[in-house]
Design a protein around this ligand. Structure first.
Ligand code: MN
Ligand code: MN
Length: 468
């Protein structure tokens, strides 16, 4: 038996941060690893916002949720244009008493095809892209890429494609310059300028058709697409095709404590949010909503984003189900009685770049779910700074439920920064705080998250929904 360390009275006064792995039994670790397996499947099934929504709805239906709105049903699914979804468990109290919301996003940084993308150059066919969200462009060259998305053919027929994930599929590549010739064009430049957006062109073909003079390779690609899908070049204009890394979520490290994958930001909070609602054993006191939205990575603009009126529309539906009219006054009042965890990833300390973090306030990998009181940059600019009353409320919930949690901020003051959807929900009157999972390599094709942080995030959201 190891001797118990003596803790002095004064030492107890300290705020201590402890690794969430420490003190776990074999059984508890097994539970964490098992939960991570479900999450890995979720990542593999959803490489785009649309796919994540489809799979989230599928899981919800498995757990008895329905998209048929009715007074008698407590477990509801509402979706918005196939790009956002709300999973709702109606509470014992009226919706007019407020709700508990965990709001995450299902879009992730990627490359989108331009509207008119296909061209031929130097005996190769290529597709032009425009990157979506904050990427480091050099992450995307010389790596296997897959193509996911929807295409509306002439006449309006919808086609869903996913090419590159299966080992028998072809893949797509942006070919970088060889080091031998890169010194002047790339080597002397800043890393952010060495590869420009207009050079993120994807190689899609190399064999010409023999009976054409001009653009014989491009025409060959069009011929293949036409034979397979009935596709014509103009159909690119009515499509949304997203280029994502070819990858499956994998365990990282000898101890398998981390999950490496594309899209932890923010599917890790999406998965933990929806499974928290699924696993509520009985009706919660307040209506529980897991909201997975789109377009966070481009500033939450548009009708599927957190700035859209969709949440108001959802609340209107819920009020109507109680036989009342969703007046503006009623809606405003209930928003002001509500709570939201703005569920987004945090930047864990990277041992190679400690200098950008302020250690006392930076989230650590494996230290649990992270509460971020404020984000923003240069003087909390653009941040929703959570009220101390709310931090107190969440802290009490987490401590009571033995959730392992830590505080976090996004880098040192004046180092950089960023925002989340917190401010948009908060602007509606809802008590809102950022709260999610720390990751390494955020916005890269291979982000890392700790399995224990994943699990503690799930525990944290569950405790929040269950609390009175
Ligand atoms: Mn995010
Ligand atoms: Mn992000």
């Amino acid at each position: 038996m190891p001797k118990k360390k003596k803790v002095s009275k004064l030492d107890k006064l300290r705020y201590k941060r402890v690794s969430a792995w420490k003190g776990l039994s074999k059984k508890e670790i097994d539970k964490i690893f098992k939960y991570a397996e479900g999450y890995k499947i979720y990542l593999d099934k959803g490489k785009t916002e649309r796919e994540s929504v489809i799979y989230s709805i599928k899981l919800a239906k498995k757990h008895g949720f329905t998209d048929k709105l009715s007074k008698t049903k407590d477990k509801l699914i509402l979706s918005n244009k196939g790009k956002a979804v709300a999973i709702i468990y109606k509470g014992r109290k009226s919706i007019l008493d407020g709700f508990k919301l965990v709001a995450a996003h299902v879009d992730a940084p990627r490359l989108d095809l331009k509207a008119n993308p296909l061209y031929e150059d130097e005996d190769l066919a290529l597709l032009k892209t425009h990157y979506y969200g904050g990427i480091k462009k050099y992450h995307w060259v010389n790596r296997p890429l897959a193509m996911h998305g929807v295409i509306f053919l002439r006449g309006g027929k919808k086609l869903e494609i996913s090419i590159g994930e299966d080992i028998s599929d072809p893949i797509f590549v942006i070919s970088d310059l060889l080091p031998h010739l890169a010194y002047k064009v790339q080597g002397t430049k800043k890393i952010s300028e060495a590869i420009t957006g207009e050079k993120l062109n994807i190689i899609t073909g190399s064999i010409p058709v023999s009976d054409e003079e001009k653009d014989a390779i491009k025409l060959h690609i069009l011929k293949i697409l036409n034979e397979k899908y009935g596709f014509e070049e103009e159909d690119f204009l009515s499509s949304e095709i997203e280029i994502v890394p070819v990858s499956k979520a994998r365990d990282v490290g000898f101890d398998r404590g981390l999950v490496g994958a594309y899209g932890h930001d923010d599917r890790i909070c999406s998965y933990t949010a929806i499974t928290s609602v699924f696993n509520l054993k009985s009706k919660p006191e307040y209506t529980a909503i897991a909201l997975l939205i789109d377009k966070e990575e481009v500033g939450s603009e548009g009708n599927t984003s957190a700035q859209s009126r969709w949440l108001i529309e959802i609340l209107g539906d819920l009020i109507k189900l109680e036989g009342k009219e969703p007046t503006e006054y009623r809606t405003t009042k209930l928003l002001a009685k509500s709570y939201c965890l703005s569920a987004d990833v945090a930047a864990g300390i990277n041992p190679d770049y400690k200098e950008v973090h302020e250690k006392r306030n930076a989230p650590r990998m494996g230290y649990g779910i992270t509460l971020v009181k404020f984000t923003g940059s240069r003087g909390k600019g653009g941040s929703s700074d959570a009220n101390a009353e709310l931090v107190s409320y969440i802290r009490e919930i987490f401590n009571k439920a033995k959730v392992k949690w830590q505080v976090g901020e996004l880098g040192k003051v004046d180092e950089g920064g960023g925002g989340t959807i917190a401010k948009y929900i908060s602007n509606l009157g809802v008590e809102t705080i950022d709260c999610g999972t720390p990751v390494l390599g955020m916005h890269s094709p291979l982000e890392l998250a700790s399995k224990v942080d994943l699990y503690e995030t799930y525990k944290g959201y569950s405790a929040f929904f269950k609390a009175k």
